[in-house]
Ligand binder design. Structure first.
Ligand SMILES: *Cc1c(COP(=O)(O)O)cnc(C)c1O
Length: 471
């Protein structure tokens, strides 16, 4: 078989399977129905001695994955904070694999380098960030934190007369990281990876709306005023989508010489909506920001963004010019801004998604998801035996279920909450995950999928009703 025929047969099989998968989103269960042992048995063939026809490999993959895929690309998936994928973004992602460019430097893939340059500028525009900020397309907010905090580490230590890229951290002035109790675990992991150590983190208490209060931050900043400090704020925390009061906190932190980093994994998208933009007032005054394309913009995994107000600090942390690489004057080489060396053309699906939606389409997507989240939480939360724990301000809300037995304790209600969420998910009708919020178990409701419709919301509410009816 010629290589043309081999590509054609394999890609045609993949295309047929992909369409079947996408169009089953309406009817297929949203949960996994095949267990761990079964999946291992199916995929765990001995490493073959001889090869298999490419098209057959694809057919086998799809057959063996049956029941082991979640319905996150449909409208009834509300677990964690996970988006689907827009048609243009998915198709563009296929092309990225087809083109197979190494998006490390401009010379290895000129078109992709330029696409990334443009997509980065568009994102800054949508988020209302300074156009002079530098950026990197990384795997997700986790690596965006690493990227931004590496820039922070550079700048803060340079100000203290320490060259961290040259000398490392041994002997360097210790950096403190002030953040809120509602931080995502990826902040801690970034701090660990950068060698700052978990103990550098001081988790400050939040107010009743999940926001860090200015006087709490002011007191923490005053503890060791001469020490270099990173302040990590939130544009949409993971449970309730809370926004810190940036307009007050950022100037305060900067007066103390702190670097302000904003975890905006999904919440930064509020900037694209005239209705929700006010939540981000003052956010543009920070030093760095993160966001994910693979959540609310609905690009395929993996796709995250790092933005840094101080391009020189950003570049100093990553720049590397090896003797065998080629540089083109004036072009943007991704390796100057990215932690990776070889990498896929991650900017392409973002570029395609933004072109498919346009500015108005992004605003509409954000507002629609928020409206559905509100309806979903309020309707499930008003069922007998349920309670709204957090009414969505954006696309995140919380519901708790109560054990009806007389004398039921908090632990009983915790168990009941996990049990009802598990029953709804096991029905295959809607997918929810649990969380612990203020020491209580809750069912988290997150709407990030561009396909979620009113009828998906109806189906999810009906599934919750049935789960409760079972006693
Ligand atoms: C999802 C999320 C992260 C981690 O992002 P990844 O893209 O999974 O690396 C960090 N912070 C918040 C608030 C998140 O929602």
């Amino acid at each position: 078989m010629s290589s043309d025929q081999s590509f054609q047969r394999a890609l045609q099989r993949a295309f047929t399977h992909a369409l079947a998968h996408l169009s089953s989103a309406e009817t297929a269960p949203v949960n996994a129905t095949t267990g761990l042992a079964e999946l291992r048995a199916r995929f765990g063939k001995p490493l073959p001695e001889s090869g298999t026809d490419a098209a057959e490999v694809i057919d086998d993959l799809v057959r063996d994955a049956e029941g082991g895929l979640l319905g996150c690309n449909g409208g009834r998936f509300f677990g964690w904070v996970i988006g689907g994928t827009l048609p243009a973004a998915l198709a563009a992602d296929w092309l990225v694999s087809t083109w197979d460019q190494n998006a490390a430097i401009h010379a290895c893939g000129p078109a992709e380098a330029v696409i990334e340059e443009i997509a980065g500028a568009w994102l800054k525009d949508l988020f209302g960030l300074p156009q002079t900020a530098s950026f990197a397309f990384v795997t997700g907010t986790q690596m965006a934190h690493v990227t931004c905090l590496a820039a922070a580490r550079h700048r803060l230590l340079a100000r203290a007369g320490w060259d961290v890229e040259e000398h490392g951290l041994t002997g360097a002035p210790p950096i403190r990281v002030l953040t809120s109790s509602e931080r995502h675990g990826s902040v801690e992991r970034a701090v660990r990876m950068l060698g700052l150590g978990k103990r550098a983190i001081a988790a400050l208490p939040c107010d009743g709306s999940g926001r860090l209060e200015p006087d709490v931050l002011a007191r923490a900043l005053d503890v060791a005023p001469s020490q270099p400090i990173i302040v990590v704020l939130h544009a949409g925390d993971l449970n309730i989508g809370a926004f810190d009061p940036f307009a007050e906190l950022i100037p305060l932190a900067r007066r103390h010489g702190a670097w302000v980093h904003v975890d905006g994994a999904f919440g930064l998208w509020a900037a694209a909506s005239p209705k929700h933009r006010h939540l981000l007032r003052g956010v543009d005054g920070a030093d760095s920001w993160t966001n994910d394309g693979h959540k609310w913009l609905n690009t395929p995994f993996d796709c995250g963004y790092a933005f840094v107000a101080d391009p020189q600090a950003h570049r100093s942390a990553f720049s590397h010019r090896a003797s065998y690489t080629q540089f083109v004057d004036d072009a943007r080489d991704q390796i100057e801004w990215n932690p990776e060396w070889s990498r896929r053309g991650r900017g392409v699906p973002t570029y395609a998604a933004l072109r498919q939606l346009g500015r108005a389409g992004v605003a509409e997507l954000i507002e629609r998801c928020c409206a559905h989240a509100h309806t979903l939480v309020m309707r499930i939360g008003s069922l007998p035996g349920a309670q709204v724990m957090w009414e969505p301000v954006i696309n995140q809300g919380l519901v708790r279920f109560f054990d009806p037995r007389p004398g039921a304790t908090d632990e009983d209600h915790d168990r009941r909450t996990d049990d009802i969420a598990a029953r709804i998910t096991a029905s295959g009708e809607a997918f929810f995950a649990g969380t612990t919020w203020r020491s209580q178990r809750c069912m988290r409701v997150s709407v990030c999928n561009w396909q979620t419709s009113s009828s998906d919301v109806d189906r999810a509410v009906a599934a919750a009703q049935r789960a409760l009816d079972r006693g």
